[in-house]
Design a protein around this ligand. Sequence first.
Ligand code: PLP
Length: 396
Amino acid sequence: MTSHAAIPYGRQHIDEDDIAAVVAVLRSDWLTQGPAVPAFEAAVARAVGASHAVAVNSATSALHIACLALDVGPGDVVWTSPISFVASANCALYCGAQVDFVDIDPQTYNLSVDALARKLEDAHSTGRLPKVVIPVHLAGQPCDMQGIAALASRYGFRVIEDASHAVGASYQGEPVGSGRYSDITVLSFHPVKIITSAEGGMALTNDPQLARRMAMLRSHGITREPGEMTEAAHGPWYYQQTDLGFNYRMTDLQAALGLSQLAKLDGFVERRRALATRYDTLLAALPLVRPWQHAQGRSSWHLYIVRIPNDGKAGSHRQVFEHLRGQGIGVNLHYIPIHLQPYHRARLPDGFSLAQAENFYREAVSLPLYPGLEDADQDRVVAALEQALALLQAKS
Ligand SMILES: *Cc1c(COP(=O)(O)O)cnc(C)c1O
């Protein structure tokens, strides 16, 4: 046993000016629906080059209102990646639509554009084309968005980027969120992500109508703009419900934290990138697969995922995982393929299977990675991993 504290796989980085920003809101007139939310929206939109931003209480909510704004409903199908958090798929079900999955690329672990093209060809012949495709930038590495956009215009589907991991990432030299190749981009500010607002999310778009629609859905489907009402205002008190919306609002406390964190985004990503490069070097000689990076993208390094090849020995991946956890190294697995979740499996055809996603699941381990991870902590992770792999080899 070691006497060191446990190392988590990820954690937030909060300093005194983040705390001061939240306290300032507590002393102000507004805890919610004040000036901090629009300020945070404007700052994120400016940082990524998007025209409109709608802040909400989570990325899950953002995915929901993004699907609704694109008219996803009963009878529609939404496609996404199986290697993601369940929220990327659940948004379709919230709208009464069905969800289907496209297998991953074995190098990037993102939704495979080749698999997407093949599946679209089949769907075209059976008349079951998706209304929306949701590519997920796993670990912060951008998907092949140009390839996806080309298929979107050929087959007529809309695109929502789930960029929950990719705040601070770029693709073809432009920040993720610019919306060049999609209709809406969704960000998450959960504490484990790149920047945090405690809970929080945002939907970015360059389409003013989609932005307007999402802003209404965020707050009960209610408007106070006379131009958006179907009848004359009854008086100065009047507001009108024009759609069935929700209370998905972000508070000013959260927005103030998010805004303060945004100022540190570049530093956070730089530190994550340096740690990833350091892992690459330290792990180079070990029998595992390190993350592969596509030349067109620049990852925000939300996750550092290695694959422990099984070589047909069932259980070796689990042994490595358990050994590391036993040493106080908070490894994790991103993700259990969504189509293997019983809730989703029950809604998919019998025997539905995706070979690449399932191979990935048998081998993947996320190593600790966050801005506050010290080089010495990282050395401890590498030493424990080395030991775990040596134990495996001794057994075989
Ligand atoms: C974290 C995450 C979400 C959900 O984010 P919340 O802000 O917690 O709702 C959705 N998709 C992906 C890929 C995520 O990692």
